[in-house]
Design a protein around this ligand. Sequence first.
Ligand SMILES: [Zn+2]
Length: 204
Amino acid sequence: MGLEPGPVKNMVQLLESCGVVVVRRDLGSNLIDALISWPDGRAPLVLIGDHAPGDRLRFTLAHELGHAVMHKVPSNRQEAEADQFASEFLMPADDIRHDLNNVSLARLAELKLKWRVSMAALLRRARDLGAISDFRYKQVNIDISTAGYRKSEPVEITQESPHAVAAAISTRIASGESIESIARDAMMTTEELRDAYVGSADVY
Ligand SMILES: [Zn+2]
């Protein structure tokens, strides 16, 4: 993937650059952040919801990437393993350990902006890497609850937007293909295609 040390700048763009098709839609439920499908011999497809905060979506995508590369057959450890994978992917131990020494609530908010993961995930990472004591972990967790951050954390991380599908549509239109024909390929009506992609790219 050619990742540089430090925070992953944009998880959606990274996946797109590896050939993963990412589409963002209203999933009709706040309980699901993303759906993944990897048909045999074809590009993996990720459908992401438009309701989740940017930091949660990044973690979800890294978690699903973990499943994709590790789990050919189901196991009862797979969820914990995918979470471990996502943590190391978005917060590599060697790069982040120094940042996490003795974190406070205020420091977690700063680090959220830098690493683009939730304060709760950063705090867990600090404990898992031994950067804070168990006692401190519990203390800051209580601070998080008291501040009401379990429901909604401060420091908004903007959602990352997919671009590859819109770019592909633009390219086909530029080469003279009609919107009607592209909509047929996408199994959408012309209206739906316009609604979904006008605005996210120069599709007319
Ligand atoms: Zn999972």
